[in-house]
Design a protein around this ligand. Structure first.
Ligand code: AHN
Ligand code: ZN
Length: 333
């Protein structure tokens, strides 16, 4: 008779103990959910499309042109509206044929005093020649660069606008590089070193806008606006910043963008991120469309042709990239 209450007592303790541990777990999970996965992107695809359109409307943003000058003012004004500070970094760039251009990297920053920072970048100039155009008569004509240039900048301007509404916990620097696309034409006969591209990024990476500048990581956007985007894991990004690739592609898959962010190795691309990795030593990835079946260097089909115009831009693609990048940075603490 004496033992029965003891057993009952023990069982009750066990039940209570079990219940408590379950409750604790539930509480912990809820705390985790509310502090971490709460962010839902409100990236607006029409707004992003409009930011692309506005740049293209100036005409080709070729270094030395009036359109280039006017577009620089526009980009600076937009960043000044949305970021805590905006600055223009002026420099002279010498291109492959010996010509020199007054050039401008345009930079918008949030939370200037934050130690933890992320760099977002894209190039804003457009190519002076359509050297890959199917029609030989077009090959000396400057391109709109709706995808090659304006798309990445359009996504970053919409991200800038979003960050002005819903502020990030960390520091963010949006750097729009000038004079990426003044590399030698396809038929250029002289030797080239490969370093004739990405001149704005080369300058910034060796002369950052803030002395001793660093960031945890960087994300470069290049050709992110065509329909049916396919982002493979670009090879220099894998070499320098595999953790960043994993973080971004995992975020994309959580958002359901598995068909656009493909977890397979792409080709290496000599792009702005290479210099940010090499000179600024910031692990930086390149989100860039690659068409592994295309004859046109695996880039998007209208790459360096006159068809790289607004007709080639799909707002849904801008949204996919925008959601992924914005969600990635908003989940940083
Ligand atoms: C080369 O073709 C060597 N680099 C391509 C980088 C680029 C040009 N991205 C856009 N336009
Ligand atoms: Zn280009």
């Amino acid at each position: 008779m004496k033992n029965i209450p003891l057993i009952v007592l023990l069982i009750s303790f066990a039940v209570i103990a079990c219940k408590n541990s379950k409750d604790d777990k539930t509480v912990n999970n809820q705390a985790e959910i509310s502090s971490k996965s709460e962010f839902v992107s409100e990236f607006n695809k029409d707004s992003a499309y409009d930011f692309v359109d506005r740049q293209v409307a100036f005409g080709p943003r070729v270094p030395g042109s009036v359109a280039h000058e006017k577009c620089a003012e526009y980009l600076y004004d937009e960043l000044q509206k949305f970021a805590d500070t905006a600055i223009i970094q002026k420099f002279k760039a010498r291109v492959y044929n010996g010509k020199t251009f007054d050039s401008k990297n345009i930079i918008g920053s949030y939370n200037l005093n934050a130690q933890k920072r992320v760099l977002l970048c894209s190039h804003w100039d457009s190519r002076p020649v359509a050297d890959h155009d199917p029609n030989p008569d077009n090959r000396n004509t400057p391109i709109d660069g709706a995808n090659d240039g304006a798309s990445g900048v359009g996504v970053l301007l919409e991200i800038a606008r979003q960050l002005s509404i819903n502020r990030p916990d960390i520091g963010i620097d949006i750097v729009l590089f000038d004079i990426e696309d003044y590399g030698p034409p396809e038929d250029y006969q002289n030797n080239s070193t490969g370093e004739e591209w990405g001149l704005g990024a080369q300058y910034w990476a060796q002369n950052p806008h803030v002395f001793g500048y660093s960031a945890r990581y960087g994300i470069l956007l290049d050709m992110v606006g065509n329909a049916d985007t396919r982002f493979y894991q670009e090879q220099f990004s894998m070499y320098f910043a595999q953790d960043v690739i994993n973080k971004v592609w995992n975020t994309a898959h959580k958002l359901g963008y598995n068909d656009n962010f493909i977890k397979e190795m792409g080709i290496p691309v000599n792009d702005d991120h290479l210099y940010v990795n090499k000179y600024a030593k910031i692990p930086t990835i390149d989100i860039i469309h690659q068409d592994v079946d295309s004859p046109n260097h695996s880039f998007y089909e209208h790459w360096h042709t006159l068809n790289d115009n607004m007709d080639a831009i799909d707002a849904n693609s801008l949204k996919i990239v925008g959601d992924v990048v914005l969600t990635t940075i908003m989940n940083e603490r």
